[in-house]
Write a new protein. Structure first.
Length: 254
């Protein structure tokens, strides 16, 4: 049975007390979910750095894996405030979110910076969750061309290894609805084709973010490998609804 991926980034919405309560409810839901227990639905959670130990304890014994919301482009050394990929790997982190639109917009991260962070993560066996997408709404064919070109720039110089590409059109982030299906599907397929043509990226996947929510996976069917959730997943019951859809999709496509 193919695995469907569902990721959650908590950004900086929760303090530690609120995060602990969310971890408790969500870990209970994951333990009870047949799709997660069977491995048909692969879940990763990305808390804040300070919440990482709390999350590790809460999700122990589940199949959920953890990630961090950013990673340093540098190896360990005199880089105050940085969290290195080496330390992330030592801490049991499986994923590192890289290149989110907020990092690019608010902190001026260029494609070259993102590429350096992707490379650092891969050097230490941490899978990058590479966020990319066009800034302005446009024709899907143009968005696909922009996305594939951005993907190439963001993987420049990266060692071999799988990546998870989170396609998040910037104009859809925080919107009331996700991008239209006839926009998401061709862009995601173009990104998957680009990854599939590169032997160094074997095992890579493409997931959709940008106001993702219920009902989307079933409609996209084979265009994406899963979803990347934000605020929608703050309600563990809503997250469970998406996990149900992911499990149904995994069974339908097996």
């Amino acid at each position: 049975m193919p695995r469907v991926m569902v990721g959650v980034s908590l950004k900086a919405y929760f303090g530690r007390r609120q995060a602990r309560a969310w971890f408790a409810r969500t870990s209970a839901a994951l333990r009870a979910h047949e799709g997660v227990r069977s491995g048909a639905v692969e879940v990763f959670i990305i808390p804040t750095y300070l919440q990482l130990d709390d999350a590790a304890g809460a999700f122990e014994g589940t199949r959920a894996t953890l990630g961090i919301q950013d990673v340093s482009a540098y190896e360990p050394g005199p880089y105050t405030g940085e969290v290195t990929a080496a330390e992330a790997a030592e801490s049991g982190v499986a994923y590192a979110e890289v290149g989110h639109a907020e990092r690019r917009r608010l902190f001026g991260e260029t494609d070259a910076v993102v590429a350096a962070k992707v490379a650092a993560a891969l050097r230490h066996g941490v899978t990058p969750v590479l966020c990319l997408g066009e800034e302005d709404r446009m024709d899907a064919a143009d968005a696909a061309s922009i996305g594939v070109a951005q993907l190439a720039r963001n993987l420049e110089g990266a060692p071999a290894g799988p990546v998870v590409v989170a396609y998040e059109p910037v104009w859809a982030i925080g919107a009331s609805t996700p991008a239209p299906l006839d926009h998401i599907a061709p862009v995601a397929r173009a990104l998957r084709a680009a990854l599939g043509a590169d032997p160094a990226r074997a095992g890579s996947r493409v997931i959709y973010g940008g106001s993702a929510g219920p009902g989307l996976l079933a409609s996209l069917v084979d265009a994406v490998d899963g979803l990347f959730l934000g605020r929608f997943a703050h309600d563990p019951d809503a997250l469970t609804a998406v996990l149900d859809e992911a499990y149904a999709l995994a069974r339908e496509t097996s």
